[in-house]
Design a protein around this ligand. Structure first.
Ligand SMILES: N[C@@H](CCC(=O)N[C@@H](CS)C(=O)NCC(=O)O)C(=O)O
Length: 212
């Protein structure tokens, strides 16, 4: 493989759009391999060799491969971020603040709430029906999203008044929540529409939806 080639594997989900969006915001030259989950495309020998987890997204940057959407996004920013697009946190405190938001969004909103809903709604044929788990996950989401809502009462972005990876994670979770019929407050709806107006997001959405 060309050592300089950047390839993002995976399209079609809230997790796959994150690194595509980062790549667009950074103005990177990269390719998307539009493989999707539950299509068998993540189970091939060739893909398993580069990601034994058999999941997307996956980044290949020359000979370097990395999975997990938070790790991929941060790697791209650390490696290719510039002052005029997105930069990595400048000091230990800023880095810790970003860690805090990313862990919260990924742990409480994505995995503990939205993915639980998805497993027992859209993917119930695989993971089983569990209406109580869906109801509990929806109210868990509402409780935790209020923290982000409070934070956004008097600011446009989650951290430092500048756009960053935490905004990409929160935005993708809010879109996912809307798709799961979770009602969002006015503050969150306004934040969401500011984020989705970004040209980087619009280009990423087209790339991420290419197989839907
Ligand atoms: N923690 C991972 C989750 C990745 C994940 O679960 N990906 C799903 C799609 S959203 C997948 O590839 N599943 C494999 C399959 O079902 O074939 C991340 O954030 O990147």
């Amino acid at each position: 493989m060309n050592k300089k080639e950047i390839i993002l594997w995976g399209v079609g989900t809230s997790r796959t759009i994150r690194p595509i969006w980062v790549a667009e915001e950074l103005g990177l030259s990269y390719k998307v391999k539009p493989i999707g989950p539950r299509t068998g495309e993540t189970q091939t020998d060739a893909f398993t060799k580069i990601n034994p987890k058999q999941k997307v997204p996956l980044l290949q940057d020359g000979d370097f491969c990395i999975s997990e959407s938070p790790a991929i996004c941060r790697y791209l920013i650390n490696q290719y971020g510039l002052a005029e697009n997105i930069t990595a946190p400048a000091c230990a405190q800023e880095k810790a603040r970003e860690d805090e938001w990313l862990s919260f969004i990924y742990g409480e909103l994505d995995e503990t709430s939205l993915y639980v809903i998805r497993r027992h709604e859209a993917l119930a044929a695989i993971y089983g029906e569990a209406p109580n788990a869906i109801t509990a996950a929806k109210s868990y989401f509402q409780k935790h999203i209020s923290v982000a809502e409070n934070r956004l009462k008097d600011r446009k972005f989650l951290i430092q008044n500048k756009f960053g990876v935490a905004d990409i994670f929160l935005t993708t979770c809010l879109i996912w929540a809307e798709g799961s019929q979770i009602e969002l407050s006015n503050i969150l709806t306004e934040y969401l529409s500011n984020m989705t107006e970004r040209s980087g997001y619009k280009r990423a959405r087209i790339k991420n939806n290419q197989k839907l």
